[in-house]
Ligand binder design. Structure first.
Ligand code: PGA
Length: 250
């Protein structure tokens, strides 16, 4: 199974930046043959990016989706529209959306359902805050976040999805979680889901996000229980991102 690397650009970039970035990425395509590389630009540049990556092995990811497919929902974007421009993955439940946009589990579940309905893969973000980390509640919090979806829709809701374990305290802080901690949580989540759904193992991935950079990416990615990386800040600089790719290949 190829490991996946997602570049989450958040609210950054413009056409000039994207054009240059994709050009350099395409030129270096031999470096990432063994990985699935995804770009997640701001919604307004999704279509532009989609055209630039056509006929390449770079895949398009959305940072968000609405809970409706169409209608009077000013400012929103639907899974159908995203599908229309060849979106392969949608990030759901990023801590920034949970915090700044008050997206609760009920809203997130609707987003997961609508994403799966359109045959797009949801990337469901989970993770504890610093208080819970200090209180050693990480496992409990991650389980609780997943349990809500399982309780409402059954374990099948997690089939063919990606779970991104992103401890909130490590996002954008320069402090990645230790390998030991990530392994512990990822292993626990895998076991938790596998116990409920035999054979699901090959049907979902669990990745890590939170201050991944050129110095720690290789070590994190080579762990058995880590199927990929979700990279924010370090994916914004193409030179830095290429260093990450080069490092994980060595
Ligand atoms: P970061 O962001 O790599 O800047 O910590 C990760 C994320 O928010 O997905």
């Amino acid at each position: 199974m190829k490991k996946i690397i997602i570049c989450n650009w958040k609210l950054n970039g413009n056409k000039k930046f994207i054009k240059k970035y994709i050009k350099i990425l395409k030129k270096n395509n031999k470096l990432y043959n063994n990985y699935i590389i995804c770009i997640s630009p701001p919604i307004i540049y999704m279509d532009y990016t989609s055209k630039l990556i056509k006929n390449t092995n770079i895949l398009l990811t959305s940072q968000n989706v609405d809970i409706h497919l169409k209608g009077s929902f000013t400012g929103e974007i639907s899974a159908k529209m995203l599908k229309n421009i060849n979106t392969k993955y949608i990030i759901i439940g990023h801590s920034e959306r949970r915090l700044y946009h008050k997206e609760n589990n009920n809203i997130l579940l609707k987003k997961i359902i609508i994403t799966k309905k359109l045959n797009i893969t949801p990337i469901i973000c989970i993770g504890e805050n610093i208080n819970d980390y200090n209180l050693k509640n990480s496992k409990k919090i991650c389980k609780k976040q997943l349990k809500y979806f399982i309780k409402k829709k059954g374990i099948k809701i997690l089939k063919n999805i990606i779970i991104a374990y992103e401890p909130i305290w490590s996002i954008g802080t320069g402090k990645n979680a230790s390998i030991k901690h990530i392994n512990k949580i990822n292993k626990y989540i895998k076991k938790y889901i596998n116990n409920k759904y035999k054979n699901i193992n090959k049907k979902f991935k669990i990745i890590y996000g939170g201050s991944v950079n050129k110095n720690n990416a290789k070590e994190i990615l080579k762990q058995k229980n880590i199927d990929g990386l979700l990279i924010g800040k370090s994916s914004l600089n193409i030179k830095e991102f290429l260093k990450i790719i080069k490092n994980i290949n060595t």
